[in-house]
Design a protein around this ligand. Structure first.
Ligand code: ATP
Ligand code: MG
Length: 613
């Protein structure tokens, strides 16, 4: 391809809203243009790399036996009403009506479409397991689209879904997807950190996210220096830094030596800091009690205090019954934060939020700030593990300006549930090896997830097993953002001058820069381009009538991995030579012209091959 006809509008200026390197460089190198907020047009150079990322993903999906299909992007709203997500997706889902006033959705994800497709065709266990995927447009009306295609409104996702006759088969595919993802990111030249992620109601090892380290990432990753444990903070667990009492009875026995619980006046003391100053104590000695409102609670709470009369409802005929709303008190050590994702997962709730002041006052009979587990009735108390190690604590006394001291778990209060709901932070100890944990910010590129029966149940998918009995298949889902992956490649591979593409996803492998595109130089450049092209190497030939400096700058900016400079002087030597340079390396090298095509071809093939291993 000749540069002059390749439509590569490079820019000297940086768009004012571009704060990260990939965003700046995708514009400057002429890969991308903005159509509107969160909507982008890939120009030819950008699209070439985009297609390569897609193709790598496609090859690795095909290699594990997943089958590509192509559903539409606009899908009937009916499907979303069936699954129950018409109501729960909120405003990020774009809904449209056609001329007949029918509801449609512009796919933000496609569990419904794939499940409906399989439901219509699945009859026998012999058809399982089955994994289908698409690489297709998604639309999410993100509140704050930002960082270019990292968080756009329209983007392309590879989304795969699988169906299984048993959990073992689901796990096999889940593991195979995990291996395929590792290969995909390696082939794209990306260093990803696979982390354990929240798997909602599925629990266990049902969810993994593939993160790249990023200052602008919106995920906190918890990592162990010693053993390599890696988890999203939403999921991360840590080793106990306290002596847990395994039962309230045991705790009671330990608390015998603790002075009896005592009410103390704490006038005008509202925050934990004020309380610590007032009592000359540390936050670790305080039991913080927060009141949460949970929505669509699937956990059976019929035996929990105050919950006997809450009505259970079904969102759809085949969905499990849920409590539309329930309140819980959560007690945790004063220096720690409640992890709301863990809490939601314990309650199998679709959402948990702090209760508002009116509810807190109603439920605790006290102003906000004086809740505590001692004497709190009519509300299930969920106790974080840390509290089981507290037998001489300070806590709210359910009345204005009053606290308790010497409160002991087991002796003075108990919980309805005891769970790990603390947010792990840097400095905590690894649950696996006791090593010190540290944090990094990460950006999610991909996610694999065991869904279980959520959709096959709500959308009534069945098959007949070996004995002719009707069964429901288990399901998994697996997504990768193509645009975000591409932008992340640039984040990881660039310098001051521009992009440094890994050969596997570079828009072209070689850029030939003739110092002046005429005469013998032109002839040589054309011939070399033809020879490389014949070898399957993708070549951009800078045929423009520009100064060499301009051409070199654009070659650096667009980041083509190999640059070949052809000039009069080196050509007219006894043995004609050209200069080759690897983008990102300082040194350039003169090589014999007649060896140049062979050497470049070999090195490029080898490099792409190595990335596949
Ligand atoms: P995030 O938390 O970043 O919003 P998500 O968890 O909602 O992502 P998934 O539903 O798991 O995303 O989608 C799978 C993949 O799709 C993500 O890992 C990401 O690579 C990509 N993706 C999601 N939202 C966007 C977006 N707005 N722009 C670009 N890519 C996106
Ligand atoms: Mg996700």
């Amino acid at each position: 391809m000749n540069y002059s006809s390749a439509f590569i509008p490079t820019l000297r200026e940086v768009p004012s809203d571009a704060v990260i390197a990939s965003h700046r460089l995708m514009f400057r190198a002429g890969l991308l243009r903005k159509l509107a907020n969160g909507l982008f047009t890939y120009l030819p150079l950008g699209l070439r790399s985009f297609r390569k990322v897609e193709q790598i993903i496609r090859e690795e999906m095909d290699a594990i036996g997943a089958l590509e299909i192509k559903p539409t992007v606009v899908v009937p709203g009916e499907l979303w009403k069936e699954s129950g997500r018409w109501d729960s997706m909120g405003e990020s889902m774009l809904r449209v009506k056609n001329r007949l006033d029918n509801d449609f959705v512009v796919s933000p994800t496609a569990e419904e479409v794939f499940t409906a497709t399989v439901r219509d065709e699945l009859s026998s266990y012999r058809q399982l397991p089955l994994a289908l995927y698409q690489i297709n447009t998604k639309f999410r009306d993100e509140i704050r689209p930002r960082y270019g295609v990292m968080r756009g409104r329209e983007f392309v996702m590879k989304d795969a879904y699988s169906w299984h006759a048993d959990d073992k088969s689901l796990d096999d595919t889940y593991q195979a997807m995990g291996r395929a993802y590792r290969k995909i990111f390696k082939r794209c030249g990306l260093s990803v950190i696979p982390v354990k992620a929240d798997s909602g109601a599925m629990g266990g090892s049902g969810s993994e996210e593939f993160m790249v380290e990023s200052e602008i990432g919106d995920n906190t990753l918890i990592l162990c220096k010693k053993c390599g444990y890696a988890a999203n903070v939403e999921k991360a667990a840590c080793k106990n830094d306290f002596t847990a009492q395994t039962s309230a009875e045991a705790a009671k026995a330990v608390a015998v030596s603790v002075p009896p619980i005592e009410k103390i006046d704490t006038p005008n003391v509202k925050t934990i800091e004020e309380l610590c100053a007032f009592l000359k104590t540390e936050p670790q000695t305080f039991i913080k009690t927060l009141i949460y409102r949970a929505v669509n609670v699937e956990l059976d709470i019929s035996s929990a205090p105050g919950c006997a009369n809450i009505e259970r409802k079904k969102q759809s005929p085949d969905a499990p019954a849920v409590y539309p709303q329930a309140f819980f008190a959560v007690a945790i050590r004063g220096d720690l934060d409640v992890n709301e994702v863990k809490l939601a997962s314990v309650l199998k709730a679709s959402e948990v939020t702090l209760a508002d002041d009116i509810d807190v006052t109603r439920l605790t009979n006290a102003p906000v700030g004086f809740a505590g587990p001692v004497g709190l009735s009519g509300l299930p108390i969920i106790i974080d593990h840390t509290v089981t190690g507290m037998n001489d604590a300070v806590t709210g006394a359910l009345a204005k300006d009053l606290h308790y001291k010497h409160a002991a778990y087991g002796r003075d209060f108990e919980g309805w549930l005891i769970e790990d709901i603390r947010t792990v932070k840097a400095g905590d100890l690894c649950s696996q090896c006791g090593g010190e944990l540290y944090t990094k910010m990460g950006n999610e590129l991909g996610h694999i997830f065991k869904l279980g029966y959520k959709y096959t149940r709500s959308m009534n998918v069945t098959y007949l097993d070996e004995n002719g009995k009707t069964q429901m298949p288990a399901m998994g889902c697996y997504g990768i953002g193509v645009d975000r992956t591409l932008a992340s490649v640039i984040e990881e591979h660039h310098d001051e001058a521009g992009i440094i593409w890994p050969v596997s996803v570079a828009p072209y492998h070689v850029i030939i820069v003739p110092i002046k595109y005429d005469g013998a130089v032109k002839e040589t450049a054309d011939k070399l381009a033809a020879e490389l092209t014949h070898n399957g190497i993708e070549v951009l030939l800078d045929d423009r009538n520009e100064r060499p400096g301009v051409k070199f700058n654009d070659a650096d900016l667009t980041g083509i991995p190999w640059r070949v400079v052809i000039g009069d002087k080196a050509l007219s030597q006894n043995v004609p030579q050209v200069e080759i340079k690897r983008r990102g390396e300082k040194e350039n090298r003169m090589i014999d012209l007649d060896k140049s095509a062979g050497e470049l071809t070999e090195r490029i093939r080898e490099e792409i091959g190595t990335m596949k291993l």
